[in-house]
Design a protein around this ligand. Sequence first.
Ligand SMILES: Cc1cc2nc3c(=O)[nH]c(=O)nc-3n(C[C@H](O)[C@H](O)[C@H](O)COP(=O)(O)OP(=O)(O)OC[C@H]3O[C@@H](n4cnc5c(N)ncnc54)[C@H](O)[C@@H]3O)c2cc1C
Length: 439
Amino acid sequence: MKIPSSETQEKMNNEAKSAYFDLPALDMSVAFPQATPASIFPSCTSDYYQFDDLLTSAEQALRMKVRNCMEKEVAPIMTKYWEKAEFPFEVVPKLGSLGIAGGTIKGYGCPGFSITANAIATAEVARVDASCSTFILVHSSLAMLTIALCGSEEQKQKYLPSLAELKTIACWGLTEPEYGSDASALMTTARKVDGGWILEGQKRWIGNSTFADLLVIFARNTTANQINGFIIKKDAPGLQATKIENKIGLRMVQNGDIVMKNVFVPDEDRLPGVNSFQDTSKVLAVSRVMVAWQPIGIAMGVYDMCHRYLKERKQFGAPLAAFQLNQQKLVEMLGNIQGILLVGWRLCKMYESGIMTPGHASLGKSWITSKARETVSLGRELLGGNGILADFLVAKAFCDLEPIYTYEGTYDINTLVTGREITGIASFKPAAPGQRSRL
Ligand SMILES: Cc1cc2nc3c(=O)[nH]c(=O)nc-3n(C[C@H](O)[C@H](O)[C@H](O)COP(=O)(O)OP(=O)(O)OC[C@H]3O[C@@H](n4cnc5c(N)ncnc54)[C@H](O)[C@@H]3O)c2cc1C
């Protein structure tokens, strides 16, 4: 066989690519009439213990508002964007009109929700689409909250109102290529110069960074050797953000590798409230609770989908829902969901009464995520072959849960945060050679 030249190969690849993207979306109702695809989103059957009873009427109303918008506006188009790994800019105004960006922040055009209300909105977005939920969380619970908690009055007035309306978009850059779990050792530098700072270094995995108007970036002050926070504008000379390709989960989220070469940030864009790594923990305390609500929403959506699918599709002359093994899986999923909902709710209440510790938040995030992973995996089995098609939600949700298991502290790191709290012994760093292990 004659192997084509590299130019011909590239041409063939480009042709195949454009032919693929020009294809109309497959109509699943024609291709597989036995079951309804997720573009027509299933009704909510996963709230078995009537969680609404624990919510105020305002929280219940918010829940329905977000649910309706996600089911109507996002469900019909999400598979197409997920498959192409493109961000659905067309839904931004719709998400903006929900008025959920800025979550718990009071004033500056932000909604000033209770953490419970914010959590419910997060779950409802994630129930339909985890990428949209991550987009909002990065923008709102990380970037906006950092400005709200660590910014000056002028910075809050200048940046928060348009961020709350999603007229401008932000990202939050802590992780670096060499410092992931070990983020407090980050090496991006900030050097003081006349009228501002020069930032040099790299960031990795930063959600929304390829198109964000504002980048909240953490860097090490070369004089004090402490972590400081900065707001960098999109077009700052020396700043470059490149999309990370080939992700298997949260494919609509645009994660970027950021390179900063001699980037000048004026004094007015240094966040005065970030003077050590500990200052980021005020933000992470809230955002970790929010991240814990993403798997809750994802697991609910998957259960809702499976519940409908099992009643629609027949095998051996009976609906799949009639088989004992399938019912057992469905009930196990439902039990997990009631458990994670109640733990998530309790976490919010502990935060609201000022008694939530980092260990509580970390246990919530790690345990909820692992239970949701188990739930989604059962759902994937229940749908048989269609359990690996994004069109029926479950495969997409299955993949989307993987990065959530890893970001905002991996399962292991969050476990160790709780472990440190309950034992008083930190076990993040292995003992140095020659030292006796403390374990
Ligand atoms: C889709 C996605 C979106 C993200 N978005 C952002 C973002 O917007 N902004 C941002 O700043 N970051 C973001 N991140 C980065 C994320 O927070 C990191 O991926 C995460 O902290 C883990 O770091 P790492 O990938 O370098 O893994 P590593 O730190 O290399 O860890 C690899 C493995 O080793 C384990 N491990 C590491 N240290 C220890 C230890 N001491 N004890 C036991 N086990 C250990 C980990 O648990 C993991 O299993 C994102 C990541 C992903 C995948």
